[in-house]
Ligand binder design. Structure first.
Ligand SMILES: Cc1cc2nc3c(=O)[nH]c(=O)nc-3n(C[C@H](O)[C@H](O)[C@H](O)COP(=O)(O)O)c2cc1C
Length: 185
């Protein structure tokens, strides 16, 4: 069955390693008949969550802040699977992705018990470090997040050993892993 996939790209580098992972993942997913929509968060006007807890009154425009999150909300609500794509920044996801993800709370606010819409999820991450230890804090964050949201992990690509933009192009095995994950859905 065709799935709706939303990719939240937290990398500011348009020709970077995260982008290359996204391109391969998308090719695989589209080859399998899935619909993919990608948001390059760096190019969008997205403000941080205010923590006001006053959202959720209008499902079509759930947050009190009216910025480019309005472009993301309808696709997020409809999506079967959310792809969190990010460079590792200080053993976490990038600020661009965290900022957008926090704002998804406004969708949960549409429900009386703050229930989040249930999704499948994928993590694509590029990083300089290439050890299990380097990825451990992100793995912990990702699994805690999914556990809290009640989401199901459908796969993780940790693409270590990549500092310079595009260095991943010399690592066909990492690109293939991203393609294969997309094609496996
Ligand atoms: C501000 C900043 C923080 C970073 N922190 C880490 C880190 O904690 N661990 C790591 O392995 N790489 C770190 N890196 C390296 C990036 O994760 C790496 O360059 C990655 O390939 C960038 O992905 P991109 O090309 O998609 O932007 C950092 C890079 C920057 C600019």
């Amino acid at each position: 069955m065709s799935k709706k996939i939303i990719i939240l790209n937290g990398s500011p580098r348009s020709n970077g390693n995260t982008s290359a992972l996204i391109e391969q993942f998308t090719k695989g997913a589209e080859q399998n008949g899935h619909q993919v929509i990608r948001f390059d968060l760096q190019k969008m006007n997205i403000h941080p969550c205010l923590g006001c807890c006053k959202g959720g009154k209008d499902p079509a425009s759930p947050c009190v802040q009216k910025d480019d999150m309005l472009k993301i909300y309808p696709h997020y609500v409809e999506a079967d699977l959310v792809v969190l794509a990010s460079p590792m920044y200080y053993w976490s996801i990038s600020g661009q992705l965290k900022t957008a993800f926090d704002r998804l709370f406004a969708v949960a606010e549409c429900n009386p018990s703050y229930a989040n819409p249930v999704k499948d999820c994928v993590l694509l991450m590029a990083a300089e470090g290439d050890s299990e230890e380097n990825f451990e804090p992100v793995a912990h964050f990702y699994h805690a997040l999914l556990n809290n949201l009640g989401w199901k992990d459908r796969g993780i690509i940790y693409a270590g050993g990549n500092m310079d933009a595009g260095s991943i192009l010399q690592k066909p095995e990492q690109l293939k892993a991203a393609f294969d994950l997309g094609a496996s859905l």
